[in-house]
Design a protein around this ligand. Structure first.
Ligand code: TYM
Length: 324
C-alpha cells in the first residue's frame, strides 16, 4: 500500500513565504514519494472571507498557476478545486451531525474572532468539520501543514474515531506532517506570517516591492557592536529558510560576534529570496498565458478526486443508514 497524502490551501490572496515553506514545499517533496498525493484549492473555505465573485474565481485560478509554477507536477499529484468534489459537502453533513458544539467552540479561528468581538458566522464555526470531510473523503493518512492546522487535524481524528466507534470502521485516521524548521514562519513584525496580520512577504511579489518590504522588517535597536542571539531574531529565521547550511552558520557567527548592521542582512535576505523564486517566476509567466491548460489540469484532477471521494462517501452513507 502506498501512503495517501492530502492537503488544501485557501485561495484568499497570493501565497506568502509561510504557505510555501510550511506547506507547499512539503507538497512538492511528497509527490515524489507516493502516487497518491492529492492537493486542492480550498475555495469553499475561502468563501468564509472572500465575498466577491470575481475575486474568488481569479484567486482560484491564480492559486493553481502558483502551485504548478512552484513545482507541483500534475503527472505525479492530483490537483483540483475543493468545490468540484461535491461529495465532500455531503460528507461534511454526516460529520456535523456527530460534532459536539464544545469541540468547535475551542477551535482557534472561531475563538479568536469571538474574543476580538467580531461577528462570526456558522461557516467559520463549522470550518473544521468541512476540513475533516476534506481529509476523510480520500482516506488520507498524511496531511502536510503548518503548525496552525494541527488543532484541526486533531478535530478530524476525533470526529473520525467517534464516527467509527458509533457506526463501525469507516474512516482512516490521518496524521499531520509539520516541517520543524518552518512550522511557524514569522512575518515582517515577528508574529506568525499571516494575511490577516498584514505582515506577509509574498512568493511572487515583484522583486522591487519585495526588497522594500524586507528593508522595513522590524529589528531591535541595540547598538551595532553588541553580540546578538540569532535564534531569537526573526530576520535570521527568515534568512535561514533560504540559506544553505554553510551560509546559515556564517550568518549565525556574525550575529554572535556583533558589529554588523541589520541593513546588510536584509540585503542578503532580499538577494537570496529573489534568486530562490526566479525560476518559478518564469514558469509562472508562461502558465499565466495558458489558462485553458490550467483549467484542464484542474478538471482532470477533479475527476480523479471525485472517484475516490464517491467510494468513501458510499461507505459512510451505508454505515449510517442512508442506504435503505
Ligand atoms: P491556509 O490556506 O491558511 O494555509 C495553507 C497552508 O499554509 C500553512 N501556513 C503556514 N505555515 C508556516 N508558517 C506560517 N506562517 C503559515 N501560514 C500558513 C498552513 O498551515 C497551511 O498548511 N484550513 C486550511 C485549508 C484546508 C486544509 C484542508 C488543509 C482546508 N481543508 C484539509 C489541510 C487539509 C487553511 O486555512 O490553510
Amino acid at each position: 500500500m502506498t501512503m495517501r497524502v492530502l492537503s488544501g490551501i485557501q485561495p484568499t490572496g497570493r501565497f506568502h513565504w509561510g504557505n510555501y515553506f510550511g506547506a507547499i514545499r512539503q507538497y512538492i517533496e511528497l509527490q515524489h514519494q507516493t502516487p497518491n498525493a492529492f492537493y486542492f484549492i480550498a475555495n469553499l473555505h475561502a468563501l468564509t472571507t472572500v465575498r466577491d465573485r470575481e475575486e474568488l474565481a481569479q484567486n482560484t485560478l491564480d492559486a493553481a498557476i502558483d502551485l504548478l509554477a512552484l513545482g507541483l507536477d500534475p503527472q505525479r499529484a492530483t490537483l483540483f478545486v475543493q468545490s468540484d468534489v461535491p461529495e465532500v459537502s455531503e460528507l461534511c453533513w454526516l460529520l456535523l451531525t456527530g460534532t459536539p458544539m464544545g469541540l468547535l467552540e475551542r477551535c482557534h479561528a472561531y475563538k479568536d474572532k469571538k474574543e476580538r468581538g467580531l461577528p462570526a458566522d456558522a461557516g467559520l464555526f463549522t470550518y473544521p468539520v468541512l476540513m475533516a470531510a476534506d481529509i476523510l473523503a480520500y482516506d488520507s493518512e498524511v496531511v502536510p501543514v503548518g503548525d496552525d492546522q494541527v488543532q484541526h487535524l486533531e478535530v478530524t481524528r476525533d470526529l473520525a474515531a467517534s464516527f467509527n466507534h458509533h457506526f463501525g470502521q469507516t474512516f482512516v485516521l490521518p496524521k499531520a506532517k509539520v516541517m520543524p524548521a518552518a512550522a511557524r514562519v514569522p512575518g515582517t513584525d515577528g508574529a506568525k506570517m499571516s494575511k490577516s496580520y498584514g505582515n506577509t512577504l509574498e512568493v511572487f511579489e515583484d522583486p522591487k516591492s519585495l526588497r522594500k518590504k524586507i528593508m522595513r522588517i522590524v529589528t531591535d535597536s541595540r547598538p551595532m557592536e553588541e553580540p546578538k542571539d540569532p535564534d531569537s531574531d526573526h530576520l535570521f529565521q527568515l534568512y535561514s529558510l533560504f540559506a544553505s547550511d554553510g551560509d546559515r552558520e556564517s550568518m549565525a557567527a556574525l550575529y554572535r560576534r556583533g558589529g554588523f548592521g541589520y541593513g546588510e542582512i536584509k540585503k542578503a535576505l532580499a538577494d537570496v529570496a529573489v534568486d530562490y523564486f526566479a525560476a518559478a517566476r518564469t514558469r509562472r509567466e508562461e502558465l499565466a498565458g495558458q489558462p485553458e491548460r490550467v483549467r484542464q489540469i484542474l478538471a482532470d484532477g477533479a475527476a480523479r478526486a471525485r472517484a475516490k471521494a464517491a467510494e468513501v462517501l458510499d461507505r459512510a452513507r451505508r454505515a449510517c443508514g442512508l442506504v435503505y
